[in-house]
Design a protein around this ligand. Structure first.
Ligand code: 5GP
Ligand code: MG
Length: 176
């Protein structure tokens, strides 16, 4: 068990399970985007670890870019997604793959959808390491999912609780 700020967390997803999930997503991306020079668009901060691992496994040309969005305060979403660092690259006409740490309600994806439409990106896909099917409320299909998890608050592997826990190499869930 570990403590971050005022909360306790217990081990939930091992390094091996995370690694398997990443390998699965990377294999799918290699198949889908072979020879297509995709742009991987990581969503900061949470996706930095997943982005690095999945991009390392991509064979062939690709480009890497990041946006920074935020909606979480403490252990729940505020429902309002803020753009903290925007796009700095032309994406029109490119094969864009959004890399997310976790898709929860889908509010963040909706905001990314809006940003990409403004950019004139016609088609893009989402790859997320973790997905909470019970919390997801949107129609947009998420094509590449590492692991489906129950509707619990998790930390580790890039995911934080008020800034702490991103460096943990396995995933923990809030102790009930
Ligand atoms: P959504 O906008 O889909 O509700 O949430 C997406 C963002 O909320 C994620 O990119 C992540 O930053 C944060 N988030 C969602 N669920 C969790 C969770 O269980 N733990 C942590 N630490 N962050 C989460
Ligand atoms: Mg995120």
């Amino acid at each position: 068990m570990i403590q971050l700020h005022d909360l306790q967390f217990e081990p939930f997803i091992s390094e091996a399970e995370i690694e398997n999930a990443i390998t699965k997503v990377a294999d799918q991306l290699n198949e889908e985007y072979h020879g297509k020079n995709p742009v991987f668009l990581g969503v900061l901060n949470g996706a930095f670890m997943f982005a690095s691992e999945v991009i390392k496994r991509f064979k062939g040309d690709c480009e890497v870019s990041f946006v920074k969005l935020g909606s979480y305060e403490g252990t729940s979403t505020t429902g309002v997604v803020k753009t903290l660092v925007g796009l700095n690259q032309q994406l029109k006409g490119r094969n864009v793959v959004i890399l997310e740490d976790i898709v929860d309600t889908g509010n963040t994806l909706e905001e990314i959808n809006r940003i990409l439409e403004l950019e004139g990106v016609e088609e893009y896909q989402v790859a997320t390491l973790f997905f909470k099917p019970e919390a997801y409320k949107k129609a947009f299909e998420i094509k590449f999912k590492g692991l489906e998890i129950p509707n619990k608050f998790i930390v580790g592997y890039g995911l934080d609780y008020d800034g702490l826990g991103r460096n943990l190499t396995q995933v923990y869930k809030r102790k009930e």
